[in-house]
Design a protein around this ligand. Structure first.
Ligand SMILES: [Zn+2]
Length: 368
């Protein structure tokens, strides 16, 4: 049985701690920590001379905590309310005030709404994360990448090991969609191996761990408005399999299930989109995938029709990752040709045995 208390929990405080561990810095206190990664979203900095203490307070209507800076840091004072709310958000409080748990939940909902409504918010958060990463040395950046792979693997294993009951009693339980979507997107970004991918991966984990189940709304409503990604391929539908496919595509064979008509195309079942305007090329008059180039009828751009231009999705294409393996592609088509050929021969011989006129009524064959 998984122990949900000792090890890595998918909570904002744990994810944020990775950054400060690598920098060998003390993690800021809760208000400063929340403000560092989500500036202006949770804590509203009230005007202050920087020398006067004024107790922080939670404002119900705004779903925000008002605080002043005292000697450069947010001052929380003795407010039990604020410390309970922020403790719940960060994931460290064991407070017993149900009302403050509800308020933390309202803040999570509020942030999810902001992410959905305000299209400038994600770019700002991305910039902020990139800014935070600027102080990393190359070694620290490599260390961060390694740690994030470990953390996502560990979280996935723990999730698999935990029973449904255990998941349900977590503070802010997450459903599969929210959990898997967050982890998968983080690993996808990590796997791009670009600097921006690392920042985006971390931002996915920070946001997912902060919002918990509320991240599901962000994933659902804006597939590509937050940090783009939409395809999760796998054989079994399990998160582990999806992650494995992402990181070790070489272990997977391609499959093709189309019919003989599809096989008449050079690239069966491949949809082509204009690299400049995004128009769907397959449906343009006269399109033929045996041509080496196709001039888009919408914008005039000349698109190359070649195996090297085929990617699993837009993000893979933009990042030029997981290129299509020409050999596997051909092999999949060849396997299907043989399969269809065998089916055809089988059908012919059975028909012959039955006299050749009667149509099969058996439930195993769909092709006639
Ligand atoms: Zn075009």
């Amino acid at each position: 049985m998984a122990d949900l208390t000792d090890q890595m929990n998918f909570r904002f405080g744990n994810i944020a701690a990775l950054y400060y561990e690598i920098l060998r810095e003390k993690m800021p206190r809760q208000l400063d920590l929340l403000d560092a990664w989500f500036p202006g979203l949770i804590i509203k900095a009230d005007a202050s001379d920087g020398q006067t203490k004024r107790e922080a307070e939670y404002q119900d209507l705004e779903c925000m905590i008002h605080a002043v800076r005292y000697h450069g840091r947010f001052y929380s004072g003795e407010s039990v309310r604020v410390s309970q709310i922020t403790g719940r958000l960060v994931g460290t409080a064991s407070g017993n005030k149900e009302k403050e748990r509800k308020n933390a939940e309202r803040i999570q909902k509020h942030i999810a709404e902001c992410l959905i409504r305000d299209m400038t918010l994600t770019p700002r958060l991305k910039d902020n994360t990139a800014q935070m990463f600027r102080c990393f040395s190359a070694e620290q950046e490599a260390e961060m990448r390694k740690r994030l792979y470990q953390v996502t693997t560990e979280l996935t294993s723990r999730r698999e090991a935990a029973s449904a009951d255990e998941r349900a009693v977590e503070a802010f339980p997450m459903d599969d969609e929210a959990f898997e979507g967050t982890i998968w997107n983080a690993v996808y970004q990590l796997n791009l191996s670009a600097h921006s991918g690392l920042c985006n991966a971390y931002l996915w984990l920070l946001t997912g761990s902060l919002l918990r189940n509320e991240i599901g709304r962000v994933l659902r409503m804006y597939d590509s408005a937050f940090i783009a990604v939409h395809r999760q391929e796998s054989e079994t539908g399990e998160l582990r399999d999806k992650l494995n496919y992402l990181m070790h595509p070489e272990e997977y064979e391609y499959t093709f299930n189309g019919d003989e008509k599809d096989l008449q195309n050079r690239f069966p079942d491949i949809e082509w989109y204009c690299d400049r305007c995004g128009a769907h090329l397959n449906e343009q008059t006269g399109f033929n995938d045996y041509l080496s180039r196709w001039k888009c009828q919408m914008c005039g751009y000349e698109n190359k029709l070649d195996i090297s231009e085929i990617y699993g999705n837009k993000e893979d294409w933009q990042n030029r990752v997981r290129r299509t393996d020409a050999r596997k592609f051909e092999e999949a088509l060849e396997r299907r040709r043989r399969e269809l050929g065998e089916e055809r021969r089988k059908n012919t011989s059975e028909r012959f045995k039955k006299g050749g006129t009667e149509k099969r009524t058996g439930d195993t064959e769909e092709d006639t």
